[in-house]
Design a protein. Structure first.
Length: 142
């Protein structure tokens, strides 16, 4: 799945913390992966995160990694593959829509019918503008 998002947060400044917009693959409120354009203090990043419920006490339930840079508009892509019965989600980002930086891969059990969507969150007064949402299926020839 892929989208191109524009955030109205300024390119610099730390008063817009955690304003974000992007993609989510959603099992439920405690189990999802998401790829967003995100403002964190005076940085602008693409963040690929995973939320997992049911962790032992003291264990983290959320993890994240940074993928590529953020542009005026940023293309975000999550590719899903099943390998030996394991669901793998890999992040890709691009500032020009043609050349992509490949990020990490999360494994996640999001149930038999996870939902996909666009998300915009982090504070009143911010806007995420999405140019498109594309969902496609690619078949392997192997």
């Amino acid at each position: 799945m892929e989208t191109r998002v524009r955030m109205d947060t300024p390119a610099t400044g730390d008063s817009f913390n955690y304003r974000q917009g992007g993609l989510v693959v959603y099992g439920d409120d405690g189990n999802y992966v998401r790829l967003v354009s995100n403002s964190i203090f005076n940085t602008r990043q693409t963040e690929f995160g995973k939320q997992v419920s049911g962790q032992p006490d003291g264990a983290p339930s959320y993890g994240n990694m940074v993928v590529g840079p953020v542009g005026d508009a940023t293309t975000l892509r999550i590719v899903h593959r099943v390998v030996d019965g394991e669901h793998r989600y890999t992040a890709y980002t691009s500032i020009d829509g043609r050349h992509f930086a490949r990020g990490g891969t999360w494994t996640a059990d999001l149930g038999s019918t996870p939902r996909i969507g666009l998300i915009s969150l982090g504070g009143a007064g911010s806007t995420s503008t999405f140019e498109h949402l594309r969902v496609s299926t690619v078949r392997s020839t192997r």
